[in-house]
Design a protein around this ligand. Structure first.
Ligand code: A3P
Length: 333
């Protein structure tokens, strides 16, 4: 992959106009940077992150990384519930997740960078949560700064990555894009599943190509960086309690025997289940920083919904693309 510093240098204002442009995705134009398609409005943040922006994650921070529509909201809810369970027991009636959306409790660090980078108002920068924090990102691994990856010298943040089956990801991407387009005043009916599928297959969607995004984190977790935990959405659905235990251990706060006996793991699983999150008033009615309704983040939450959207030929086409791209990496998607 293109070294991050090189990619980030191209994200600067003066270079952004010369980057390849994709305008067929309704909500935002995308620019190709370091082999990935990044929403144009985010490019200044990417450049600022690498220039040592005001808001820099520290080694104590926990980063939740994902390709969009792979279970980010779920991962945010789980990590928040696990990290804050001493102050906020998951069974508490006034748990923050009952009043605020997972995206409100765990910010995307590139968005925080964007909102604070041009601010001379120190209060705005201070508004970013104090360390240690749980933060999230959709940026590819190769675009993360060394303060997060630790570079070759170790250190950096602990990173939890969630990976999802690409066929379910494209289905989720299409549904969500239409909701997002609506927010941006664009007619969502003009964006058909066939169009979304073609864009996804050519890698031209936010943070795409999806398989390349996954491979980078997978390789980091297996070969380069012991600070990366690689989770799979489908496995989390099958064995949520085990996934929560793995997360807690990795985060440095394993469940104690007393907590196990008290059913704290199951309480976290229940609190963060899509059924519970969907019921919460804030997730039914609220909106996120982009104005997208929170309910858009909680659709079906199952594995295998792709069979209801694509023909066997389409499935075979995407499988082939992914198989070709992952061959030799040891990763099965
Ligand atoms: P579907 O559209 O397939 O239902 P992201 O959070 O990265 O935007 O991903 C959204 C996807 O995760 C959506 O998938 C959504 O329904 C699913 N999801 C959200 N919360 C979930 C939860 N608590 N458990 C399982 N899946 C969840």
């Amino acid at each position: 992959p293109t070294p991050p510093t090189h990619a980030a240098a191209d994200a600067g204002d003066e270079k952004a106009d010369s980057l390849p442009l994709e305008t067929r995705w309704p909500p935002f134009p995308l620019r190709r940077l370091g082999g990935f398609w990044i929403p144009e409005p985010l490019l200044p943040a990417v450049a600022a992150i690498h220039a040592g922006g005001k808001f820099v994650p520290t080694a104590n921070d926990m980063l939740l990384a994902s390709f969009p529509k792979s279970g980010t909201s779920w991962l945010k809810a789980l990590a928040f519930a696990v990290a804050n369970r001493a102050d906020h027991p998951p069974s508490a009636a006034d748990h923050p997740l009952r009043r605020r959306s997972p995206h409100d409790l765990v910010n995307f660090f590139e968005m925080t960078t964007l909102t604070t980078m041009n601010s001379d108002d120190i209060a705005a920068v201070d508004d970013a949560p104090p360390p240690p924090r749980v933060l999230a990102t959709h940026l590819p691994y190769s675009m993360l700064p060394e303060s997060i990856t630790g570079g070759d010298g170790g250190g950096g943040c602990r990173i939890i990555y969630v990976c999802r089956n690409p066929k379910d990801t494209v289905v989720s991407f299409w549904h969500f894009s239409k909701k997002m387009a609506l927010t941006m005043g664009v007619d969502p009916s003009s964006f058909t599943f066939d169009q979304a599928f073609d864009l996804f297959c050519s890698g031209n969607c936010t943070a795409g190509p999806q398989w390349r995004h996954v491979i980078e984190y997978w390789e980091a977790s297996h070969h380069r960086n012991p600070n990366v935990l690689f989770l799979r959405y489908e496995e989390m659905l099958r064995r949520p309690a085990m996934s929560v235990r793995r997360m807690a251990e990795f985060m440095g706060c394993p469940f104690t025997a007393a907590e196990e006996d008290a059913g704290v793991v199951d309480a976290v699983v229940e609190l963060c289940s899509i059924g519970e999150l969907r019921k919460m008033e804030v997730n039914k009615k609220g909106t996120d920083v982009l104005g997208v309704r929170n309910e858009s983040y909680f659709r079906k939450g199952v594995a295998g919904d792709w069979v209801n959207h694509m023909s066997p030929e389409m499935a075979a086409r995407l499988d082939r693309i992914v198989d070709d791209a992952t061959r030799g990496s040891g990763l099965t998607l």
